[in-house]
Design a protein around this ligand. Structure first.
Ligand code: SF4
Ligand code: SF4
Length: 670
C-alpha cells in the first residue's frame, strides 16, 4: 500500500525503532552480565515448559492475593499478544497491499473477532488500572506514576488508532470486514456519510501511519519502563530458583576475596536480572510482615532502588570501574532495611516474576558482618555465645542434655545403632517452652516404639541463625562439626524439633559438602544418605500407620500457625492439619493468613536474637489473627513461633487462648 519512496522511509523508521529499542536493552544486558556466575539452565526443557505454562496461562499473576488484578493483567497480556501480532501484519501490509496474515478462512474470521474483542478488553483494563493507581492509590502502587500514565496512554492510543485504521480500511475495501464487530458497523456509518474517495484514502493512509508510529514509539519506550518486565520478567521465570524459597547459596570462603555483597557486582547475574524484571506491582510489599509492622523495609523498594543504582552506575560497572562506585549500604540500601527482614519468604512466594529478595538481603548482611563487622549491637553477644557455648543464650554447653535428666532417653554415643537421631536443637534443650515440646516428643516416640537417641552435650547449634544473620563463616564451622559428628556415629535418620534445623539440614548443609575443606570426604558422602524429618512429618506418618495409641480427642478449638520454614519454604502444609483434625473433636479454624500465605511470627532470619525496636511488633499482628479466629489454642510446630505467639498473647493479656506445639497436643491425646 506504500509507494516506493514511502517504503524506503518506512524501512528507515523500522531500523530507527529497532536501534532505539536495542541500545537501552543492550545496556541493561551488559550490566546484568557483570554479575557473578549462577547456574540457572539445568533441566532446561522442564524450565521452558514450566515458564510457558506459567506465562501463557498467566499462572504468575492469577493468584488468590489479587484475583481481579490478575484478570485485568490477563486482558492486557493477551491484548498485547494480539496487537503485537497485528503489528507484524500492519508492517507487512506496508509492503504488500491488503496483506492479511490469517487468510480468509475460519481462522482469519476468528482472529478479526479476537482483535476487536481485545480492543474492548484493553480499554476496560486501562480504565480499571487508572482508577486503581490514580484514584484509589494503594501503597503498593506508589512508585513511578508518570511511567504508569505513559503506559496507559500508549495502550489506549495504540488500541484506538488501530480501530481508527480498521474502520477506514474496511470502508476503503468493502468485503474485508470479516467478524470485526467494531470496525464493520462503524465503517458502514463512514460510508453512509458520503465521504469522498480521496478523503477515505487519506484517512486510510493517515490512520495506518498513525497506528504504526504509536506502536514504534511504544516499542522504543518499553526498555525505560516497568513494562520491560514482559521481556525480563519472562526470562526471569525461565531461570527461576527451582529449590525451596529459603535456599541460600554458601560462600566459597577459601576462594573468595569479598564475602557477601558490598557492590552490585558481588550479586549474581540472576540477582541483577531480577531488578529489571520487577513490574512494581507491590505484591511483595503487601505481604511483608516487616512492612506491615511499619519497619523501614519494603521488598519492592529494595529491588526498585537496586535497579536505579544499576542504571545510574551502569557505565562504571560495564567498564569494570567498581572502585568508583559507592557500596550499596552507603546510599542504596539502609541498615534498617536489611536488619528487619525475617527471611519469611512471603515476598518471594507472591512475586509473579520469581524475584528473589532473601538472597539479596542476606548477601548484604554477609557483607556487613564479614567485611565491615557492622551489625546490631545485641548480635555481638549472640555471636560470642555461639562461638563459646554453641547456643544463642550462652548457657554452658554441658547443660545441653539436662532437660532429659528425668527421662529414659539414650545417648547416641551409648546407642549408635539407633534408628533415629532426635535433634533437640537449642530451644528444645534450653528454653522452658521448647523443653516441654522435647519431652512431649519423647513421649510420642516411646509410645510408638521408635528407637532413637540424642547427641546430648555433643549436639551444637545447627547454624541457621548464624547463616541468616550473615555470619557464614560461623555457620560453616558449626555445620562442618555436625556433619563430621553424624558420620562418626553413623546417623541414618534425623528427626528435628524445629523447622529451622530441618531446613538447614535439608537445604543448607548439602550445599557445603563439596565446598568446605573442614568436612571430611567420608562425612560428606555419609551425609548425602541421611534422611531428615521434621517431627510433624514423623507424627503424621505414625498416626496414618496407626502406630500411636490415641486414647482421646481434644475438645479445644484449634487453629494452626504455619511456620514460614516448614510451610512456605518446605511445603509441609497438609500434614499438620491432618494431625490436628485427627486429634480434635472440632474441625480446626484457619487464621486469616494461612498455609503458603502464612504471616511470620517475627523470629525468623535470626531476628529472634535482635531487639524489635522499630514499628509495631510482628508477633502482636499475628497474635491478633489468632484472637480473631476465636480458637482456644494456637498450635505451632516451631519453638520460635511458640515463644513469639505466647509472648504476644501474654503482652495482650489474653488468658483464654494458649499456644502449644503440635507434639504437646498429640502427647496429651495419648
Ligand atoms: S522475606 Fe519476609 S520479611 Fe523479608 S522482605 Fe520478604 S516478606 Fe519481608
Ligand atoms: S518484586 Fe515481584 S512482587 Fe515485588 S513489586 Fe516487583 S514484581 Fe511485584
Amino acid at each position: 500500500m506504500l509507494s516506493t519512496l514511502s517504503q524506503i522511509i518506512f524501512s528507515l523508521v523500522i531500523i530507527a525503532t529497532f536501534l532505539a529499542f536495542m541500545i537501552p536493552v543492550t545496556y541493561r544486558i551488559r550490566i546484568i552480565l557483570k554479575g557473578k556466575k549462577d547456574a540457572r539452565f539445568h533441566h532446561i526443557i522442564k524450565r521452558i515448559l514450566d515458564a510457558i505454562t506459567k506465562i501463557l496461562f498467566q499462572r504468575c499473576t492469577l493468584r488468590r492475593d489479587r484475583v481481579w488484578t490478575g484478570f485485568i493483567h490477563l486482558f492486557i497480556f493477551y491484548g498485547a499478544l494480539t496487537f503485537d501480532t497485528m503489528s507484524v501484519n500492519h508492517i507487512l501490509e506496508g509492503y504488500i497491499p491488503r496483506f492479511y496474515l490469517f487468510g480468509d478462512g475460519y481462522f482469519g474470521l476468528f482472529f478479526s473477532f479476537i482483535v476487536d474483542m481485545f480492543a474492548v478488553l484493553v480499554i476496560v483494563a486501562v480504565i480499571y488500572m487508572s482508577i486503581k493507581r490514580f484514584i484509589i492509590r494503594p501503597e503498593a502502587y506508589k512508585t513511578t506514576p508518570l511511567d504508569s500514565a505513559v503506559i496507559y496512554i500508549l495502550l489506549t492510543t495504540v488500541t484506538l488508532s488501530y480501530l481508527y485504521f480498521e474502520i477506514f480500511s474496511i470502508a476503503q475495501h468493502p468485503g474485508t470486514e470479516r467478524l470485526s464487530f467494531i470496525g464493520a458497523p462503524l465503517a458502514q456509518m463512514v460510508n453512509q456519510t458520503g465521504l469522498s474517495a480521496s478523503a477515505l484514502s487519506f484517512h486510510f493512509h493517515f490512520s495506518w501511519w498513525l497506528h504504526i508510529l504509536i506502536v514504534f514509539g511504544f516499542i522504543a519506550y518499553v526498555p525505560y519502563s516497568k513494562y520491560f518486565h514482559m521481556f525480563a520478567g519472562s526470562f526471569n521465570v525461565l531461570v527461576r530458583n527451582e529449590g525451596p524459597l529459603g535456599t541460600l547459596e554458601p560462600i566459597d570462603i577459601e576462594h573468595s576475596e569479598v564475602f557477601g555483597v558490598e557492590k552490585a557486582s558481588d550479586y549474581t547475574w540472576k540477582d541483577l536480572l531480577d531488578t529489571f524484571a520487577c513490574m512494581e506491582c507491590g505484591r511483595c510489599q503487601d505481604v511483608c510482615p516487616a512492612f506491615a509492622s511499619e519497619k523501614p523495609l519494603s521488598p519492592k523498594m529494595i529491588i526498585f532502588n537496586l535497579k536505579r543504582h544499576l542504571l545510574d552506575n551502569g557505565k562504571k560497572y560495564i567498564a569494570g570501574k567498581q572502585d568508583e562506585i559507592d557500596a550499596l549500604m552507603k546510599e542504596t540500601v539502609t541498615e534498617g532495611e536489611i536488619w528487619t527482614c525475617t527471611t519469611c519468604g512471603a515476598c518471594m512466594y507472591v512475586c509473579p516474576v520469581e524475584i528473589e529478595h532473601i538472597p539479596k538481603i542476606v548477601g548484604l548482611r554477609q557483607g556487613q558482618v564479614l567485611m565491615e563487622s557492622k551489625f546490631p549491637a545485641e548480635l555481638n553477644q549472640f555471636f560470642k555465645n555461639m562461638e563459646t557455648n554453641s547456643n544463642p543464650w550462652g548457657i554452658g554447653f554441658s547443660e545441653r542434655a539436662d532437660w532429659a535428666d528425668d527421662l529414659d532417653v539414650k545417648l547416641i554415643k551409648d546407642h549408635p545403632d539407633a534408628e533415629y537421631l532426635l535433634w533437640v536443637g537449642c530451644a528444645g534443650s534450653f528454653d522452658e517452652r521448647g523443653k516441654k515440646t522435647a519431652k512431649a516428643l519423647v513421649k510420642i516416640l516411646n509410645k510408638a516404639g521408635i528407637d532413637f537417641g540424642i547427641l546430648g552435650t555433643e549436639e551444637k547449634c545447627c547454624g541457621d541463625s548464624s547463616k541468616r544473620l550473615g555470619n557464614e563463616y560461623l555457620f560453616q564451622m558449626q555445620a562442618s562439626e555436625m556433619i563430621n559428628l553424624f558420620q562418626k556415629y553413623g546417623i541414618k535418620r534425623i528427626i528435628t524439633l524445629c523447622p529451622h534445623g530441618f531446613n538447614t539440614f535439608k537445604n543448607d548443609y548439602p550445599k557445603l559438602l563439596d565446598l568446605v575443606p573442614e568436612i571430611k570426604k567420608e562425612a560428606a558422602q555419609h551425609f548425602k544418605d541421611i534422611q531428615i524429618f521434621h517431627h510433624v512429618q514423623l507424627i503424621h506418618s505414625l498416626i496414618k500407620e496407626n502406630r500411636l495409641p490415641l486414647k482421646k480427642k481434644t475438645e479445644q478449638l484449634l487453629t494452626y500457625h504455619d511456620s514460614c520454614y516448614l510451610g512456605r519454604h518446605n511445603k509441609i502444609i497438609k500434614e499438620p492439619r491432618e494431625i490436628l483434625n485427627s486429634i480434635s473433636e472440632k474441625k480446626i479454624v484457619e487464621l486469616k493468613n494461612n498455609k503458603e500465605h502464612s504471616f511470620c511470627c517475627g523470629a525468623g532470619g535470626g531476628l529472634m536474637w535482635t531487639e524489635e525496636s522499630l514499628g509495631k511488633r510482628i508477633n502482636h499482628l499475628r497474635a491478633q489473627e489468632v484472637i480473631d479466629s476465636h480458637a482456644s489454642t494456637a498450635v505451632t510446630s516451631c519453638p520460635f513461633c511458640l515463644t513469639m505467639i505466647q509472648d504476644a498473647l501474654d503482652d495482650k493479656e489474653i488468658q483464654d487462648i494458649s499456644a502449644k506445639d503440635i507434639a504437646q497436643l498429640v502427647a496429651e491425646c495419648i
